[in-house]
Write a protein of this length. Structure first.
Lengths: 284, 284
């Protein structure tokens, strides 16, 4: 990572830290990451090799099968009915996906359907605009965790990120992290709506707030995960955080490229096609 | 309204009422409406004439000026920043719009900016997918009301409506109505995603749950308000409820057609163009 990028991340973090401390808030965790460290660690562990073995950079052969365990099998369309959710949960059991990723109205149903399967239930929060109040996001998180959600995928407050209101962005994420009570929280940046500087700031703030993952996209804003964005986020957050590549990941080849770029989780609705080599169904 | 439509609405309401009462819940308010009543009342009062005078069916002349008082001036893009919200609130003061309509993250700011202006602050809830949990919608509503929101525009649970889970749809709306503590609640159906039967069911359930308005669209799902949908909703809910036409209303002529069809509120981002006759800016 360049010195320029380093300086930018550190400036963002220092600015937020100063405001939080001036306001008498809980001190921020250090955001040291390893973006200063061009080591083999970053190139090896961080770029997904720890979960995919040495094949991570070579998207062929047994990778497709391994991919299932990295996939959040996703159905977020507002028109999805109970029957559709049942279908997605059955597919996730059959193909041993890492999880299903659903809107919060469906969490109790999915948790019940997936009991004993080893497939987790992931809940989106403040989805897809990220413009819900912090209280609403925290409450949605808390209800989802009560209902058995294993992970939370929240959308960052995009407007406040773009407006440079970093303390508000940080507090929004921290409130969700607190409400998640140690369940991993992913912060969706919606990269297609952000400048490079905003992507860096969002990633740094997600890390400072104690999130577990940065996630690229909702799938609702046009655009989606790119190799460039995954690489940039990895540079900012270092190897300790996860990266979820989502939005437009439709084939095993797409997924493998994301993993090679640094992703360690894939969000997809075309998950069955990804692991079987079939044709993807309709998006989202 | 046809006897067929009558029977359909009554069947929906009877079904929900039986389930609620079997479960020992609070009895539903009667959903009598006046859809059985092809009277002058419906053609006069219900079709907006009470608020627009006799010009309601003739979208010319002084109507454009009168329209300002019917408009929820709307900015819901996730990329909107504090500066954009300030701009919308200034426009609403200048043109005396009925309200500004915003995502919940911006309610405290808008309430402060609009203090003393007579312009209300309207908050969207569960927006735009409607697939947030009932607890999340109620909490978002409660926080918005605490912050000074005057009205709540919630998105119906589209998937449960499509799946025929009418008791869940009803309880979702009722929870928001309770959390709104007597502030008017509008139920957004997202008509472009619904069949005719689903539009009827959604309207009947909104009325049964004690909502004040049915609203056509979020503006995020493609499609928007149509004259046919406004007329259909008016037939179902009768004259006691409001109808907000939103989505694709870009000119004074669009707005006047909606009012003539039965709308008594207009949701628009092109509000300034509507009242000045200028060119609309970018949508949403």
């Amino acid at each position: 990572m360049t010195g320029e990028l380093d300086a930018l991340v550190e400036r963002i973090v220092a600015q937020v830290r100063a405001r939080v401390e001036a306001a008498g808030g809980t001190p921020l965790p250090a955001v040291t990451g390893t973006w200063q460290d061009e080591s083999a660690l970053r190139l090896g562990v961080a770029y997904g090799a720890d979960r995919l073995g040495t094949a991570a950079h070579e998207p062929t052969g047994p990778l497709a099968a391994d991919l299932a365990g990295l996939i959040d099998h996703t159905l977020l369309k507002p028109t999805a009915t109970r029957r559709d959710i049942e279908g997605v949960c059955a597919e996730a059991r059959r193909h041993r996906f890492y999880s299903v990723c659903l809107n919060s109205t469906w969490i109790p149903l999915a948790v019940r359907l997936l009991e004993g399967s080893g497939v987790r239930t992931v809940c989106v929060v403040g989805f897809p605009l990220g413009a819900a109040s912090t209280e609403a996001k925290a409450s949605e998180t808390s209800s989802a965790v009560d209902a058995g959600a294993a992970e939370i995928d929240m959308v960052v407050n995009i407007g406040k990120l773009k407006g440079g209101e970093y303390d508000a962005v940080l507090e929004d994420i921290r409130s969700v992290v607190r409400a998640a009570r140690s369940r991993p929280v992913k912060v969706i940046l919606e990269t297609s709506l952000l400048t490079r500087e905003e992507k860096i700031a969002g990633s740094a703030l997600a890390k400072a707030a104690g999130a577990a993952f940065v996630k690229t996209s909702t799938g609702f804003a046009g655009g989606g995960a790119t190799v460039e964005d995954v690489g940039l986020i990895r540079e900012v957050v270092g190897p300790e955080m996860g990266i979820k590549a989502s939005g437009g990941v439709r084939t095993a080849r797409d997924a493998a490229r994301m993993v090679a770029a640094g992703a360690d989780r894939i969000g997809a609705s075309a998950s069955v096609a990804i692991v079987t080599g079939g044709e993807p169904k309709d998006p989202t």
